[in-house]
Design a protein around this ligand. Structure first.
Ligand code: NAD
Ligand code: UD1
Length: 347
């Protein structure tokens, strides 16, 4: 069966392509490489023994999207990752975010309808919950007003998909990711943050490798046991596997509703200090960090109730925080070795 993975050369997409191919699915990736590299295709091939099919174009282009679907008329389901994802950037360039994230989704849905493709798995985010009053966050936890245009694109996307499914032959699984970190154990694929990372894990590994002087811990006066903010970090490989299960569920007609929503996390919260301690424990490296004021817009604590995904999907995150931090470090070292090699070659 052929699965279209949009954004498949990106961070979560590439790990999902690996897991889909490991399960015997044929994958075709569409990506415009705006935030990823073509080399990812070879690295996926090194891991799985198979290079996925690939088409480079921008999914906000309706004509190109239409041509693509007409040419590839044997697609069984779509996993839609392609989107911009930098929260801060979205505050500065809201139209860029609304256009990219919403128009690409609209084009995909339109062509799915035109070509009789029913099933889509969509990348949503725990950001839709804001700071929940009650923890852990359940799928029924009320959605709060988004605190960034990026977050709003996820809320609006969920609505677009839901409303479309009411009148069309479209079904979807909306996956609300908590905080994906780590990399494939081969260290051949991972996260490639452009410029100075905003997210915690790449900032930690870049500090440890010497690219940054120190990690800034944003606040230690939260109402949490050690005062630092709590998140539900999930290994990207566990996350990727959940997408395979979601695709299999849809193809096998096992879904109970046209739109199903699942939280993807471990169900356990970890504070910023606990992530630092895990990194130090798993790598043996002492991390240079300083405590600063809170980062505006951050929530204090959020973690997932994953029981619905565990029961309904038969999926559970398996990897520990130490495995996450260690794999992230292995990936950072692989990136550094590659950069060193390229420097020597004079590239
Ligand atoms: P990523 O940037 O690594 O991957 C996204 C990919 O989509 C990139 O390869 C990019 O080149 C491609 N892309 C973007 N716009 C495109 C377009 N118009 N046409 C074609 N290709 C396009 O991001 P990621 O971390 O892998 O995230 C994947 C999805 O998961 C996104 O929708 C993101 O919003 C969502 N998500 C990510 C996180 C996270 O922490 N990484 C958390 C929650 C949700
Ligand atoms: C952020 C986004 C969220 C998005 C997710 C994935 C915000 C408010 N939320 O989540 O919408 O889905 O990224 O892209 O931006 N931290 C530090 N020092 C750092 C970096 C982070 O202390 O240098 C702390 C943060 O304060 C937070 C935790 O680490 O408590 C995790 O931060 P981060 O990795 O940026 O993810 P979120 O803020 O949870």
């Amino acid at each position: 069966m052929k699965i279209l993975v949009t954004g498949g050369t990106g961070y979560i997409g590439s790990h999902t392509v690996v897991e889909l191919q490991n399960k015997g699915f044929e994958v075709i990736i569409v990506d415009n490489l705006s935030n990823s590299s073509i080399e990812v295709l070879d690295n996926i091939a090194r891991i799985t023994g198979k290079k996925p099919l690939f088409e480079k174009f921008d999914l906000t282009d309706p004509g190109k999207t239409e041509d693509f679907f007409q040419l590839h008329n044997d697609i069984s389901a779509v996993v839609h990752f392609a989107a911009f994802k930098a929260v801060g950037e979205s505050v500065h360039f809201p139209l860029m975010y609304y256009r990219n994230n919403l128009v690409s989704l609209i084009n995909i849905l339109q062509e799915m309808i035109n070509n009789g493709i029913r099933d889509v798995v969509f990348s949503s985010s725990c950001t839709v919950y804001g700071q929940p009053e009650k923890l852990p966050a359940r799928e029924e936890t009320p959605i709060q007003k988004a605190n960034s245009p990026y977050g709003n694109t996820k809320q609006i996307s969920e609505e677009i998909i839901t409303e479309t499914s009411e009148n069309e032959n479209i079904r979807a699984i909306l996956l609300r990711y908590f905080n994906p970190i780590g990399a494939h154990e081969s260290a051949m694929i991972g996260e490639l943050p452009l410029g100075i990372p905003n997210n915690l894990m790449p900032y930690i590994t870049q500090t440890a490798i010497g690219k940054r002087d120190f990690l800034r811990v944003w606040g230690n006066d939260y109402r949490t046991p050690d005062g630092t903010a709590i998140r539900d970090y999930i290994h990207v490989v566990d996350l990727a596997k959940a997408h395979v299960v979601a695709v299999e569920r849809m193809i096998a007609n096992k879904g109970k509703k046209k739109i199903e929503t699942f939280n993807l996390g471990t169900g356990k919260g970890a504070s910023v200090m606990e992530v630092i301690q895990s990194f130090e424990r798993s790598t043996g490296i002492q991390l240079n960090y300083k405590i600063l004021d809170r980062r505006p817009g951050d929530v204090e604590k959020v973690w997932a109730d994953t029981s619905f995904a565990n029961q309904e999907l038969g999926w559970k995150a398996e990897k520990s925080l130490d495995e996450m931090t260690y794999s992230a470090w292995k990936w950072e070292k692989a990136l550094a070795a590659k950069a060193e090699h390229e420097k020597k070659q004079g590239n």
